[in-house]
Design a binder for this molecule. Structure first.
Ligand code: PEP
Ligand code: MG
Length: 544
């Protein structure tokens, strides 16, 4: 038995036989040619074939993983036709009298190096795409076969890395799991694997490929990132137990998927999901959430060593919005400070950080950081159905300043001729008693409220949420907390606005009926709780 540790990018488990992914090995030689026009004609015809293949893959992906995820192949088609890329190839053929395969391979290397050296991680990931399309064009100039040599049995595919087109070209019904030596969890391949609901582990390291062969038995644990070759009987039975537990969960999931969140007597509610990263979108879709009710954008800042640029943020928010298609995505602006610290913010040490310069207070004190995020959000809004919400509000003046900054951002973008959606919903988190108490004043200024019960409990009961010794005193069901939620709901509705709950309490099914009776319109919970809450809603009868 040999154990390898990688990064699980999709939480599921697989036990089965290994199939080592064999890529068609394309050897490109430099050959001197005389008739450059004929060579360029060969290139053009290979590009046409490559586009036809990509169109086919795009249509397959569209059916299997949805439009947002299939889009990468549309991008590949555009890359094949990209002017800069094509001019570089043609120039090389004309100037150096080389064969088209060689010109494509060298151009791919140059472009991939350029992309890899960019600061923006989204652009870095494009290096793999340019290599992928170039290999396809080269293959089309030789044998023009699809790159797919997966075995006929259902197997665990092991590879050094998989290009998005390779991932989606594999017959999903024959793949138990993906395990790769390299890869990043931000790559389209990882996103596709997640959305295909296939356990996936990346970054195992190169040496594993030298120690496996087709037909070896292995366990791929996408929850822990463990990949175990030739497992002993104990490991196998533990894996089988996990498989059984997974199957039970799936059964529930299948039963409730596609069903409405409707009570026995006909009251409907939205059940959305909370996420902290683009990586969680697969779980949101898998669990059939109606949208994203809370995207904790601060994780983007916490994972960085420096302030994420506007450009990087646009790419990330755009990816979340596109992945969710027509479903709503509510992105919460930066909620840093207190327990969420990033060194590069150089925040002063505070005696009571939970009561300190955190969340919106920090954003209003450092408007340059806040405006960068707002600009990124407005720019990304053109790609989906966006809601923006602001954390830790206590006063009307804060909201006035925020709304003024939003207007400023809109004017700037208009002057720069950058499009943004005109139907972005703006909301606030109700997570301080102050906000709940003056919710009648705040409601007319926004489109929605979302109750952050984690902080609302902390601030209402004066209990540090980080302190485990306060558990007994930190009663989330405390009447004071519930009354504040009820007051906020009444005030939201009085002004024709909707109200959701996105704190942990939203997933507490012992309170689902209470929330429904308050008229809460949306519950946003961890993806894995969506179906449990749906189940409870469907069993609730408000007419009694
Ligand atoms: C909350 O306070 O309930 C909330 C959702 O925000 P966070 O847990 O991120 O502070
Ligand atoms: Mg909070």
């Amino acid at each position: 038995m040999v154990k390898y540790q990688g990064k699980g990018v999709y939480g599921a488990i697989a036990v089965g036989k290994i199939s080592v992914f064999k890529r068609q090995d394309i050897q490109v030689e430099r050959i001197r040619i005389e008739d450059t026009d004929a060579e360029i004609a060969r290139l053009e015809s290979a590009k046409e074939k490559a586009i036809a293949q990509l169109q086919e893959i795009y249509e397959k992906a569209l059916k299997e993983v949805g439009e947002a995820n299939a889009q990468i192949f549309e991008i590949h088609m555009m890359m094949v036709e990209d002017d800069d890329y094509n001019e570089a190839i043609v120039e090389m053929i004309n100037v150096q009298n080389v064969n088209a395969e060689y010109a494509v391979a060298v151009t791919a290397d140059n472009f991939a190096t350029m992309f890899s050296s960019m600061d923006d991680s989204y652009m870095q990931a494009r290096a793999a795409d340019v290599r992928d399309i170039s290999n396809r064009i080269i293959a089309c100039m030789s044998v023009c076969e699809n790159i797919n040599s997966a075995s006929n049995e259902k197997v665990i595919i092991c590879a050094d890395d998989l290009a998005p087109s390779e991932t989606v070209s594999l017959d999903k019904d024959k793949v138990l799991a993906f395990v790769t030596a390299h890869g990043s969890s931000n790559s389209h391949t990882a996103i596709l694997a997640r959305n295909m609901n296939i356990p996936a582990i990346i970054g195992i390291g190169e040496q594993f490929l030298t120690q496996i062969k087709d037909g070896d038995t292995a366990v791929a644990d996408g929850f822990t990132g463990e990949f175990i070759i030739d497992p002993d009987s104990e490991t196998l039975s533990a894996a089988n137990l996990k498989l059984e537990a997974e199957a039970e969960k799936k059964e529930l999931l299948e039963k409730l998927k596609g069903k409405e969140n409707i009570t026995f007597d006909g009251t409907k509610i939205n059940i959305y999901a909370n996420i902290g990263s683009v990586d969680n979108i697969g779980a949101v879709l898998l669990n059939d959430a109606g949208g994203i009710g809370l995207f904790r954008s601060e994780f983007l800042y916490l994972e960085s060593n420096d302030y994420p640029t506007e450009e990087l943020q646009v790419q990330i928010y755009k990816r979340v919005l596109e992945s969710m298609g027509s479903k709503k995505v509510i992105i919460r602006t930066l909620d840093i400070g207190a327990d969420k610290q990033a060194d590069y913010f150089n925040l002063d040490k505070e005696e009571n950080p939970a009561l300190g310069l955190r969340a919106i207070r920090l954003c209003l004190s450092r408007p340059e950081i806040f405006k960068t995020q707002l600009r990124a959000l407005y720019r990304a809004s053109a790609f989906g159905k966006l809601g923006i919400m602001f954390p830790m509000i206590t006063s009307e003046w804060e909201l006035k300043e925020i709304l003024a900054l939003c207007e400023e951002v809109k004017r700037e973008l208009e002057a720069e001729k950058i499009v943004y959606s005109d139907s972005i919903e703006l909301g606030i988190m109700i997570e301080t008693p102050a906000a709940a108490i003056i919710s009648d004043k705040l409601a007319p200024m926004v489109d929605f409220f979302s109750v952050g019960t984690n902080d609302l409990t902390q601030y209402t009961l004066a209990c540090d949420r980080q302190n485990p010794r306060l558990e007994r005193f930190c009663d989330t069901h405390h009447e004071a907390v519930l009354r504040l939620i009820e007051i906020s709901a009444e005030n939201a509705h009085k002004h024709g606005k909707w109200i959701g709950i996105c704190g942990e309490l939203a997933a507490d099914t012992t309170l689902t009926e209470t929330f429904l009776r308050m008229g809460i319109d949306e519950l946003s919970v961890s993806p894995s709780f969506v179906l449990k809450v749906r189940d409870t809603v469907r069993k609730t009868d408000l007419s009694k």
